[in-house]
Design a protein around this ligand. Structure first.
Ligand SMILES: *Cc1c(COP(=O)(O)O)cnc(C)c1O
Length: 433
């Protein structure tokens, strides 16, 4: 057993300062065993905690760190920028550079606006959709997470499922009433909904690769159908690519599936480890945003130069030829081996993956595409989490969360992960018997 003495002490202190001892709920380790690890340092694929334990990190800050920790080019660009000050509340050329880097490779958006988080990006894009269509209702899909703004905290997965809540206190009924929740991968439910309410719906928001409540990979036919229906009823299609953008392909799931949304949101990877979000779309729709149009949205630290610098240095590396193929190859290299091992052993266990995102499921189903198909008994995951920590492997502390492989996760590192992972699985299944 690893020692968590220092982390435990820090957590006791933290609980006197913050609700639950944390500044974001899933970090509290409530769904797994023990105190959360307080991280001291990260480098490449590794993190070290305050008790000097070393881990191979598959959480990667919940997705932003596609290049691993402390990437040299990102750090240098941040340092260079920092030397000139940290914020001006005036335009800088770094904003142009990051926008150019993104838009020149992205046929799905003509214009973009930077925010400071994914939540803000999605909240603003929804307001834009409502302002543009002059309609109030929105469609969201059960199990998709779109950040914590009021009208989107309805059947949203992630930390909410982990804590057994389907929604959040403090969200007025009237807000939630404007949000229609539909099951994923169910074209009939979608059609029935638009037949009745189609002309009142401003937008349909979806994680085209739902990855905040397990990894609920959609059939491409469903996404195509959604695109068609939206076009037919004048509903804007909003791809929330905060997790899939720059992850499964440079231009995200839109590029991966070849489907063009009307609006798109980004976050996580786009800031190279600093707080950045963005929303974008067709020029005609983006023209509704203030100061060009009547939909207001702003931010004191939006387009922050240091964050822009980190984003530029990160995305320049992601834009290199073969980057995403290599990411996917290394992910499959590990995932296929573990799945084959679990198969040989007859374990009810499967790791699902796409690109460099993976999800650990204690299930013998061949595909899980809807939130209600997930087994809610997270006991085996809880055990696995602790067995993995004891063997130097750090994954997100919830069975509903996905894991990530970064550029720093070399084959050699994955080769050390494999036997440790198999041992941990053996330990779990021995106890489950
Ligand atoms: C993480 C995430 C968000 C929220 O982004 P924050 O930066 O945490 O506010 C929204 N949508 C999706 C799909 C996400 O994965």
């Amino acid at each position: 057993m690893i020692s968590r003495k220092n982390s435990e002490q820090l957590f006791e202190k933290a609980k006197t300062y913050f609700p639950g001892g944390v500044n974001s709920p899933v970090r509290a380790f409530k769904s797994v065993m023990g105190a959360p690890l307080f991280i001291k340092k990260g480098d490449g694929a590794y993190v070290w905690d305050e008790d000097d334990n070393q881990f191979i990190d598959f959480c990667c800050s919940w997705g932003p760190l596609i290049l691993g920790h402390n990437n040299e080019k990102v750090r240098k660009k941040i340092e260079e920028t920092l030397a000139n000050g940290t914020s001006f509340g005036a335009p800088t050329k770094l904003e142009n550079e990051l926008a150019e880097l993104i838009l020149s490779r992205n046929p799905y958006a003509d214009k973009i606006r930077f925010t400071s988080s994914g939540t803000e990006a999605v909240m603003s894009a929804i307001r834009l959709a409502r302002g543009y269509t002059k309609r109030d209702k929105i469609i969201k899909f059960e199990g998709c997470y779109h950040g914590h703004s009021d009208s989107l905290l309805v059947k949203a997965g992630s930390g909410l499922v982990t804590f057994g809540e389907s929604s959040s206190a403090g969200v007025p009924e009237a807000f939630a009433a404007e949000t229609i929740v539909l099951p994923l991968n169910d074209p009939e439910a979608l059609e029935a909904c638009v037949r009745e309410l189609g002309n009142e719906i401003a937008c349909a928001i979806i994680e085209p690769i739902p990855a905040n409540n397990g990894l609920l990979l959609q059939e491409k036919g469903f996404l195509t159908k959604l695109r068609e229906i939206c076009t037919q009823y004048g509903i804007l299609l909003l791809f929330d690519e905060v997790i899939s953008g720059f992850r499964v392909a440079f231009s995200g799931a839109a590029e991966y599936y070849g489907i063009t949304p009307d609006l798109v949101t980004y976050g996580k990877i786009i800031g190279g480890g600093l707080p950045v979000g963005a929303y974008g779309g067709k020029a005609e729709i983006m023209a509704c945003i203030s100061p060009d149009g009547p939909v207001y949205q702003a931010g004191t630290l939006s387009g922050n130069p240091v964050a822009m610098a980190a984003g530029i240095a990160a995305l320049e590396q992601c834009a290199q030829p073969g980057f995403y193929q290599d990411q996917e190859e290394r992910t499959n290299y590990l995932v296929d081996k573990i799945n084959a091992y679990a198969g040989e052993k007859g374990y009810a266990f499967e790791i699902f993956s796409i690109g460099s995102i993976f999800w650990i499921a204690f299930s013998d189903k061949v595909a899980i595409r809807r939130a209600d198909e997930i087994d809610s008994d997270m006991t085996p995951f809880k055990m696995l989490h602790s067995e993995l920590l004891n063997r130097g492997i750090y994954i997100g502390p919830s069975g509903y969360e996905v894991g990530f492989i970064s550029k720093a996760h070399t084959k050699e590192i994955l080769d050390t992960t494999f036997p440790a992972f198999c041992e941990a699985l053996d330990a779990v299944f021995a106890k489950l018997k």
